[in-house]
Design a protein around this ligand. Structure first.
Ligand code: CA
Ligand code: CA
Ligand code: CA
Length: 352
């Protein structure tokens, strides 16, 4: 595969200053972290006053919805308990132009970014990177775009599969009857010149179609594990091991283009835990995300599900603990989409 050509980005766009939304912030005293207002709220102080501590900001859900006039990406909190609610829309990006969204974390830059896949009538689609709509005052502006080969069906999530603190982009590759695979792409999270690199690694083909996948910090090693729901309705949690030649972790614009392009490395998946009845119990999965809902350093699993009658539910689970186990429901919003004035949800991703 040749190096994807860069899409021209209007120079003016690159000059728009982007203030990353922090993953953590210094506060002068301790608000209730679970109900402590939106990310970057007024409770956050940069002053050197009393007893400062570094606390994570609350995770957020970014959801793509289909409205009467197009698609919109909007941000909410997580559901607040079983039978609960994700609460009001905190911020949104109109004219979103993508069915799928992936939110990615950079610990080095203390920020979340968002990637979408814009299909075009003629020619290949475009992967675009932009800040997520976390702040009502922000206007998410595309910072960079790169052509997407036609096999790329959707962007799914972020997953730090090499454990360097920076999420890789997880994309769904669909090759007709040959089956689905997941591809991982490094992202350059530079606040001024972000970058979406060529494929770094791919999984083997899955036996069935992939409905959803996301990185989740499931165990004690620094790498993320991978949660995948396949068309048989099973949820699987995999350890990911990279084999073959992994491209160096340098800004991809500096990566020399070899005369014979390197094949992506292979991401070998080893099953660590599963819930074979996941979709039977919870509704067809549309999206997954890894998210630490109670800020205890261990990630829970978020799922967007189609639950019948055109409804969608947003659910948060404790992931299964063994192969053949069960995900345990911790919180949900049964009316998250398709009801009560809430437009149909197409996909979601979470800040981490
Ligand atoms: Ca990484
Ligand atoms: Ca891990
Ligand atoms: Ca947790």
């Amino acid at each position: 595969m040749r190096q994807p050509a860069r899409i021209a980005v209007i120079a003016g766009i690159l000059l728009i200053p982007f203030t990353p939304t922090p993953l953590s912030a210094r506060i002068s005293h301790g608000p209730d972290p679970f109900h402590g207002g939106r990310a970057g709220s007024a409770a956050v102080r940069d002053s050197s006053s009393v007893s400062e501590a570094l606390v994570p900001v609350m995770p957020r859900v970014v959801t793509v919805r289909k409205t009467g006039t197009g698609k919109v990406a909007e941000t909410t909190a997580l559901p607040d308990g079983p039978g609960g609610s994700a609460g009001p829309v905190l911020a949104e990006a109109a004219r979103f132009r993508s069915r799928s969204v992936a939110v990615l974390r950079s610990t080095q830059h203390n920020a979340n970014w968002m990637v979408r896949l814009v299909h075009r009538k003629h020619g290949p689609g475009v992967l675009e990177i932009l800040p997520p709509p976390l702040d009502p005052q922000s206007v998410p502006v595309v910072q960079y775009g790169v052509r997407a080969p036609k096999q790329i069906e959707a962007v799914l999530a972020g997953a730090d599969i090499d454990g360097d603190g920076e999420d890789e982009l997880v994309v769904l590759r669909r090759a007709g009857k040959k089956g689905d695979a997941l591809e991982f792409r490094r992202i350059g999270f530079d606040p001024i010149y972000p970058d979406i690199c060529p494929g770094m690694a791919r999984t083997q083909k899955f036996p069935g179609k992939i409905r959803a996948a996301a990185g989740i910090q499931y165990d004690a090693d620094p790498e993320d594990e991978l949660a995948v729901v396949t068309s048989d309705g099973a949820l699987s949690i995999y350890d990911v091991t990279l084999t073959g030649t992994v491209p160096p972790n340098v800004p991809c614009e500096f990566t020399p283009i070899p005369s014979t392009p390197l094949a992506p490395a292979t991401a070998v998946l080893t099953l660590a835990a599963s819930d074979p009845e996941f979709d039977d119990s919870n509704g067809r999965t549309l999206s997954l995300c890894g998210v630490d809902m109670d800020l205890n350093g261990v990630e829970e699993l978020g799922g967007l599900h189609r639950t019948g009658n055109g409804l969608q539910a947003l659910r948060i689970y404790e992931p299964p603990q063994a192969v053949g186990g069960s995900a345990i429901l911790l919180a949900d919003d049964p009316g998250f989409g398709g009801t009560g004035g809430k437009h149909r949800a197409l996909s979601m991703s979470c800040t981490r």
